[in-house]
Write a protein that binds this ligand. Sequence first.
Ligand SMILES: NC(=O)NC(NC(N)=O)C(=O)[O-]
Length: 398
Amino acid sequence: MAERRTGAEAAAEPDFLSFNDLACETVGGKVIFATDEWFAPAANLLKREPPQFIASAFTEFGKWMDGWETRRKRKPGHDWCIIQLGVPGLIYGFDVDTSFFTGNHSPYVSIQAACLEPPPTFTLEGDRTGMAASSSQIAAVDKLGSEMWPELVCVSELKPGYSNCCHNYFAVNLRHRVSHLRLNMFPDGGIARLRVYGVGQRDWSSVSTNQDIDLVALTNGGVCVGYSDAHFGHPRNMIGLGRGANMADGWETARRLDRPKELKVDQWGILQVPGWEWAVFRLGHPGVISGVEVDTNHFKGNFPDSCRIEACTLTPVEEAQCIRTKWTLGKWQVLLPPQKLRPHHRHHYRESELALAAPVSHVRLIIAPDGGVSRLRLWGRPTAVTALLSQQKPKSKL
Ligand SMILES: NC(=O)NC(NC(N)=O)C(=O)[O-]
């Protein structure tokens, strides 16, 4: 479902919301332990879809709620759960979303983190509504010592889930790889979603430099670091796992208002328009790109007329400067020259169609004039970072 936001809402949002949700069920995130799931199971915390409320929905345990909701505690202690991230990595911030929990939201939370190698093997299965942790689950989870994990969010008050204030954002400063979280609610109550915004960190030592890999995939550490418009869908959706589930699982901009009243095309059939939309990604690892896929899956009446891709190499300091200046600076070179696009179609571009054969660290997808793209795949080989110091040369003049 598309999340439609007002300009004021977007302006109040922290920068870390552009990063990937490392805990989402669609990237393999799962809840492996929860003390109590009486009213609604903890697995709901990681659902991709925005929370919903169905006034008439009840279960045999109480009101059906789209989140994690425990029973009103009548004994000492508090409720907590352990979440295994789908993509281990660096965490920049959280959104503890209490949507629709009013009168039953958790008043306080804290979040602790650890990097567990190898990950614990226990898991929760099936519909857990009405359940509580069994003694064998408690014995298994006790071995993790999660009570002592470092705190990323100290005990903090939550706002109830009224539509204008249901997001509780927490920025994180720790720069260590995290694979597991412990979410504590004090003392009990409900939380609709936990979004864990960060950048995946994979172990590149196991990847051969002769192996083609999708360098921009979120599972490989790719991340969106800027965009012009995300009205109906955020560009980070394009680097998610597998094919897009629906239109909401892609990048979709608003219709541009500067489109001419009467449209004209050039000799290659590409629309002549004054404006375009763009999204910039940092690759999970710098590399030479030898194959591109632009997938307009589900975008049938709203696919872009054309796209092109540019690339460059940036140091972290240069990237920070570009972000500060909203990407008005840059040293972009053409990777994929303008291409006419088709609706609901996977477009593949081979090495011979690409214009750059040097290692790059960042790419910019440009669509004209506007529209939706479901997935962007950039196949290539990771290069040693030292290779980036060699000069980038365009393959041919375009
Ligand atoms: N009406 C309610 O939501 N009550 C209870 N919660 C659910 N889900 O039934 C509660 O006491 O927190």
